[in-house]
Design a protein around this ligand. Structure first.
Ligand code: 13P
Length: 339
């Protein structure tokens, strides 16, 4: 294992106030987002969409790395070049989602476990040869009546740690993503309590499996109330709670924390990240960054609608969202929000 290479890549992913662009939606997720807008759910349109993203001029000013889906790395741009090469040539580090998605967890109604460890070593070796330098595995934790259970948290944390150590073996930086979902009417306090428990369990497992903390990135949820909760805290309250929870649970050796957006609006996700950096940036042991999917892509997808003629406007929107988050990392994001 080349530890220095892992450390260098992990640091590069969170350097210069840039962040990650998650464009690794699986077939069902990407199709669901297309269907909502009446875009045909075809492999060709998924390719077109992703070509629109990676050919956006200036994206590398605010994006350090892009997370791809397996389908995309086997497709080409219209001019025949590969997605991996186009990103690399533009100074954006290419990464890959390697989990196999979530399935119902046996014996635990309402809970999910992420699959994909079978053959993972072989797949990672192949991806490393293709030039992919980091990977992502997402575990989801649902808050509800009587859940999450310790069994679900431990099983997911164990899988995350086994994935992470396999990545590091072949020189790929693991993005470790335990996502506590926003769905439901739970309070922000409940999200705090569950996230704290999840992160303690994840870092315990990462330690047990021998993961090099300096060579990984954590991708957590922010501490937010459930989407259906009647009390929605202010941006500042979310920022304070999130930092408090992360300071309790994430070792200082981890170079960076890159949040998922998890269904927050683009504005709220940026405003909350901004508030955390305004209030705490100088005191934190890790870089506080973003690895947004929807919060960067959604405005562009709404404009693109599967039509070639909309590409320039969609690219402008994508570029703008990425720049907003570059600003949020510096505590300089100005766009107005409802809260
Ligand atoms: P969102 O920012 O849309 O939650 O996507 C991030 C991601 O990669 C989810 O796994």
């Amino acid at each position: 294992m080349d530890i220095q290479k892992l450390i260098d890549t992990a640091k590069a992913l969170v350097a210069d106030n840039k962040g990650l662009l998650a464009m690794d939606e699986s077939y069902p997720t990407c199709n669901k987002r297309f269907a909502k807008l009446g875009i045909p759910e075809t492999a060709e349109l998924r390719r077109d969409y992703r070509e629109m993203i990676v050919t956006t001029a200036g994206l590398n000013e605010s994006i350090s790395g892009a997370i791809l889906f397996d389908e995309t790395v086997h497709q080409q741009l219209k001019d025949g070049s590969s997605f991996v090469n186009v990103l690399t040539d533009n100074g954006i580090i290419p990464g890959i989602k390697v989990d196999g998605g979530k399935v119902a967890m046996a014996g635990h109604p309402g809970e999910k476990i992420t699959e994909g460890l079978d053959n993972l070593r072989d797949r990672l070796t192949e991806y490393a040869k293709m030039g992919l330098r980091f990977a992502k595995w997402r575990a989801v934790i649902t808050i509800g009546k009587g859940i999450p259970t310790q069994a679900c948290i431990e099983a997911n944390a164990h899988a995350l740690a086994r994935y992470a150590v396999l990545c590091q073996e072949v020189g790929i930086v693991p993005i470790v993503e335990p996502e506590v979902l926003m769905d439901g009417d739970h309070t922000m306090e409940r999200c705090f309590e569950v996230t704290e428990q999840v992160l303690h369990t994840v870092f315990n497992q990462l330690y047990t499996q021998g993961v090099v903390l300096e060579g990984m990135i954590l991708k957590p949820n922010m501490i937010v109330p459930g989407l259906a909760c009647s009390k929605q805290e202010s941006v500042a309250e979310v920022a304070d709670a999130t930092i408090k929870c992360l300071l309790r649970t994430v070792p200082a050796a981890v170079p960076g924390i890159a949040f998922l957006s998890g269904g927050q609006s683009s504005q709220l996700a940026s405003a909350r990240l901004n508030a955390m950096n305004v209030r705490f940036k100088s005191e934190l042991p890790w870089e506080l960054s973003f690895s947004f999917g929807r919060a960067i892509q959604q405005p562009a997808l709404d404009i693109w609608l599967g039509k070639e003629k909309n590409v320039p406007e969609a690219q402008k929107a994508l570029y703008q969202q990425a720049v907003f988050n570059l600003a949020a990392r510096q505590g300089e994001y100005m766009e107005k929000t409802d809260k």
